[in-house]
Write a protein that binds this ligand. Sequence first.
Ligand SMILES: [Zn+2]
Length: 119
Amino acid sequence: MSFLKDVAFALKPRCPVCQRGRLFKPWSVSVVDACSVCHAKLGQNDVGDGASVFLIFLLGFLIVPLAWAFELLVAPPLWVHVVLWGAVSLGVIALVLPATKALLILLEYRHRPGDWKKD
Ligand SMILES: [Zn+2]
């Protein structure tokens, strides 16, 4: 798989085994127990909070310098920082967390295929 295919997979998460079944439960980033198409036991290979760690680093390196620059340039009241950066953080999490988690699951499937059983 190429990098672009990996990114496309991450943006539209599917079962890494058959590439057709749903990976997450609806409106959630919880991995389904089994693929509805190939019956691979996806729930056994949930990466847990691994994707959240990447987002913590991303948000830390993104939000803190932006908030600092915004404070130096505009000097808004404290409540503006709370509302603005809270909304930005939640937006980034909502957009990036499912893709990051799907990418980690894909990489785990690719590099540790023996752990994935279709029973
Ligand atoms: Zn499948």
